[in-house]
Design a binder for this molecule. Structure first.
Ligand SMILES: [Zn+2]
Length: 433
């Protein structure tokens, strides 16, 4: 049986909807367990069967689902988009089962790197193929749309690489002035390292935290994932943030065979840089945007494998049993745990307070100001055209505000077919609203 094709055997754990990764038509899918490995099996009438790993090892898929204390909450204000068309015209519709918690604003498509792996397929600067950056007035209008959609969500400034914009500090000031009190910058850290005063400018403008791409502790890893040596750049960026007491979350993209052997080293680096680095947020590679070659199951790492590797590579300091499903999203999208770092290197696992997803900025101000010694480890598995489970999208709490001002689940927004076609065709339009 060829990989990614569905086959006989195994036991069904449930049915859901998905897409054909080639033509993006909606098709039925089944979760099938074989020897502690769960696959999403589906078949396109035109492009045949696909069998994609979604869960390997322990805790078991079933036990993890039972551990989730999931609370559904309908969106405060729904989009006019018709319900039941997921993931087409996907938005925060009446069929959605979760409020948006965090909203990404894509403030540029430009980037100062050209990484071989890029979930948003950002391009070099300048490039004639990119849409122009949205103006500050347009971003103000986006924020007013968000306020009308419910509340002052936690904002992640994303792209592209937001720091290529000369007006980023002013943008942050304006978003703050509109009432948003948690603003995180998703960045590769290049500018933060090159310009020593830049962290100060961003902090004074009202930036809450920096989410820094940090894929490993050797240059071979950065060369493979980002196309150049970046380790010293990353460490300098963190140092410059430390001098401004600007919180940093390290965000490694995990790729089997590239950096999954450095999970423990990344955590040791992070804890050594605490309290500036207050969390590590792992992201198993998802095959949307730009990536080298079509994915096979060996090219995937799943959430339980990451939990086990964290424990193994830290000699049990951060135990796999510490981790819990996210309280808002579908439990199979994310895990997290909060620890206390002790003087001398000890670690204490903390019980998670009810309704506080520790590594998400649900209560960011309380987290940032009162719990400096805390250290969080989390992971989020973004979905792609192969492993897309539509039940996950219904519970998504991480949205992108699209150019036509709809709140779209991030995975749906970035979803890309094997042919390079993006599901969110709205992205192909210029920022005209
Ligand atoms: Zn197809």
């Amino acid at each position: 049986m060829r990989e990614n094709s569905s086959g006989e055997g195994g036991r069904t754990l449930g049915t859901t909807g998905s897409l054909c990764p080639v033509c993006l038509r909606r098709i039925a899918a089944e979760r099938v367990i074989e020897d502690n490995v769960v696959y999403l099996c589906k078949s396109c009438p035109e492009h045949g069967p696909f069998k994609t790993v979604i869960w390997r090892g322990l805790p078991s898929y079933q036990a993890w689902g039972k551990a989730a204390g999931h609370l559904s909450a309908s969106p405060a204000a729904c989009s006019a988009a018709a319900a039941g068309q997921c993931p087409f015209n996907c938005a925060l519709c009446a069929g959605h089962l979760e409020q948006a918690g965090t909203v990404e604003l894509e403030v540029t498509e430009r980037c100062n790197l050209a990484c071989p792996v890029c979930c948003s397929a950002a391009g070099p600067d300048p490039s004639p193929h990119l849409n122009p950056d949205p103006s500050l007035a347009q971003i103000d209008a986006w924020c007013r749309t968000l306020l009308a959609a419910g509340r002052a969500f936690a904002i992640h400034l994303s792209g592209g690489e937001p720091t290529v914009r000369h007006d980023l500090p002013e943008m942050i000031q304006r978003i703050r002035a509109l009432g948003f009190n948690y603003i995180q910058l998703n960045t590769n850290g290049v500018r933060l390292a090159l310009e020593k005063e830049y962290a100060s400018e961003l902090k004074e403008a009202g930036l809450s935290a920096v989410a820094l791409q940090f894929d490993g502790v050797t240059e071979e890893v950065f060369e493979a994932i980002r196309g150049r040596h970046l380790l010293e750049t990353k460490l300098t960026a963190i140092q410059n943030c430390a001098e401004q007491q600007l919180d940093v979350v390290l965000v490694p993209t995990l790729i089997p065979g590239v950096n999954t052997g450095q999970i423990g080293d990344i955590l040791r680096t992070a804890t050594a840089l605490s309290p500036t680095v207050r969390a590590v947020h792992f992201q198993p590679i998802s095959y949307s945007g730009r990536y080298p070659g079509l994915p096979q199951n060996a090219d995937r790492i799943t959430l339980p494998e990451i939990m086990q590797l964290i424990e193994q590579q830290t000699a049990g300091q951060f135990a796999a049993a510490s981790f819990r499903p996210a309280s808002a999203e579908n439990p199979y999208c994310a895990f997290h745990a909060r620890f206390w770092l002790q003087p001398g290197g000890g670690v204490i696992t903390t019980a998670r307070p009810a309704n506080l997803a520790c590594c998400r900025p649900a209560n960011p101000d309380a987290f940032s100001s009162h719990q400096k010694q805390a250290f969080c480890i989390s992971a989020m598995a973004f979905q792609d055209a192969w492993n897309l489970d539509l039940d996950h999208l219904d519970h998504c709490a991480l949205h992108v505000l699209s150019p036509n001002r709809e709140l779209v689940p991030l995975c749906a927004y970035r979803l890309t077919s094997a042919r390079g076609q993006r599901l969110a065709r709205a992205l192909d339009n210029a920022h005209t609203t």
